[in-house]
Write a protein that binds this ligand. Sequence first.
Ligand code: SAM
Length: 238
Amino acid sequence: MQQPLIIDILTIFPEFFSSVFDCGIIRRAKAKRLVEINIWNLRDFTVDKHKKTDDRPFGGGEGMVMKPEPIFNAVEKILGTCNREEYAEGTKVILLSPQGSVFKQKMARELADKAKRLVLICGRYEGVDERVNEALVTDEISIGDYILSGGEPAAVVIVDAIVRLLPDALGCPMSSVRESFTENLLDYPQYTQPREYRGMRVPEILLSGNHAEIEKWRRQKAIEKTIKVRRDLLEKES
Ligand code: SAM
């Protein structure tokens, strides 16, 4: 039997995740044991009686920085080591960070195909003590060029994108093959019932039953949309 992908999320706000993985494709993937998702509260790994997970930045400046000890302790408990060289094959420790490589469908596909265990570290405040990056992290990942208040929404995005690509996660496996980004193209437009709504008719070609012509039309529409809104996808490997 296929081993589940294990995903461990380190956060100071475990309540953020209380229902987000309990619906739709992720809930079904968990029920089928394709994925196991564990939420770890970093406060449980603190080393002082006040359970401090952050402190003032050395060198001065605004805000707070997440302390290294709770994160090192959590990784050591979860993986049995906090020495990057000793991580088991297929293990990635990912720091969610606006300074990381931008997460793309190709990365989601690689992680879904090859990863066995993912530890996602959610930062808050001004970010995370750099020693976490230096010693523990295998991949620093951003979900886009904007600043979130914390890594938790980024963790949800990454988990969702990966889990739906796991074998058997989707009711219809072809769904993930024909989506936007798979061929550096956006998806084609979709229509359903009714055939006419508020004077807008479904394109005749889709009602024709001529599958070869429908394929051609869809490809053409996908190319037109990509040129209109994401020409960059056609110009470079994404
Ligand atoms: N001072 C940091 C900087 O300018 O690079 C921003 C810190 S941000 C307010 C707090 C946390 O949110 C980060 O440590 C990271 O975990 C998360 N975060 C913010 N934007 C993100 C993004 N685009 N992708 C992934 N994580 C993000």
